[in-house]
Ligand binder design. Sequence first.
Ligand code: ZN
Length: 430
Amino acid sequence: MNNKANILAKDLITFIDSSPVSYFAASNIIKELENSGYRSLNEGDKWKLEAGQKYYLQRNNSAVIAFQLGSEKPWQSGFNIAGAHTDSPHLKLKNESLTKSAGCLKVSVETYGGGINSTWLDRDLSLAGRISINTENGVQNRLVDFKRAVGFIPNLAIHLNREANAGFEYNKQTHLPVILFGSDKEIDEKNYLKELVAVEAGVNADSILEMDLFFYDTQKGAVIGLDQDMIAVGRLDNLAMCHCIYKSLTAADNPQQTNIGVFFDNEEIGSRTMMGADSNFLNSLLERIIFALGGDLEDSLRAKHHSFLISADGAHALHPNFTDKHDKSYAPLLNQGPVIKMSANFRYATTAETAGRFINLCNKADVPYQKMANRSDLPSGSTIGPTSSASLGINTIDVGNPMFAMHSIRESQGTLDHYYMTKVISEFYK
Ligand code: ZN
């Protein structure tokens, strides 16, 4: 196995293991950016930007945009933008749902995004997210991560559900509540969870106003396979592409064009939030850069015309046990390079022109590439690509790495593909 690819895969796993939910992904990305000299901007301040300097801003503690100003003005040569998303399907805790049942404490959840629900059973689950607390300076946010396994959703024994192997639909309300533990101690059901969270966060329980907490799998990621050529871990969709982008962005030096890395939240639920791709987050940033550099509205439109956006997200690898699920002419394989995603109905933003530009980048980076279009009788998923492309008026391509089990609690992909994609995005930012 390629040694550089292996080192990069391990770095990716470290990032994902320490990013159980989008808030932590954003915070870890920001740490990397700051280590590389990126400075924080606040949307509420007046900005003074200097050529060659590196900046980032965030929304909701869960979405980040980072950029390094190029030596040329954006209206001369455009923005080089690569984007991904920080969120993944999860079970979100319903904070005030704690009840006792059959001698156990359990809590209800809502499904966030379109996960494969059955994969959440019989896993050791922990809880992480963000809480809002009252302080002397008003409402503030804190990240919380229990880290240890605090709950699980046990399957029903096969003896009590003989049909389980014939396919069973888990009811989200009645079958997915998480068992926290068996307990016969007397507790105040309404405040018990808050008190536990307060201890983890090191705050007073009375100061907690509200909580956005999500269950996640505590099993760590691993490099697996006879030749150690696969990565197995949750949230590869889409933290793997976030990792490619921030690694490439922070490695670039003195670019001519302005380089931008975008890490949106909420792609899994349609992107229509203030921190999602279907918001003004990226557009308002592009315009503020133009105005801060002395440009006007026309310069902003010129800049977008000259720009290119790479929307990077997971792609479905051909599954050896389900080979009929792909059009065999468009069936990507593991460790054979980045996938160009195509859709006649623009579920992906790729056009022949933008595909051509990406192919040139792959050739320059000496990286193989593949193409994917869904079977014509199977509807396709989507990405941040079409939304961003339409609202910004920027030429866009959808690409991604081939992976198995997208939206399972544990996904897998090729080690080499991660290395390849990072090489291509790095070439883009050069
Ligand atoms: Zn995705």
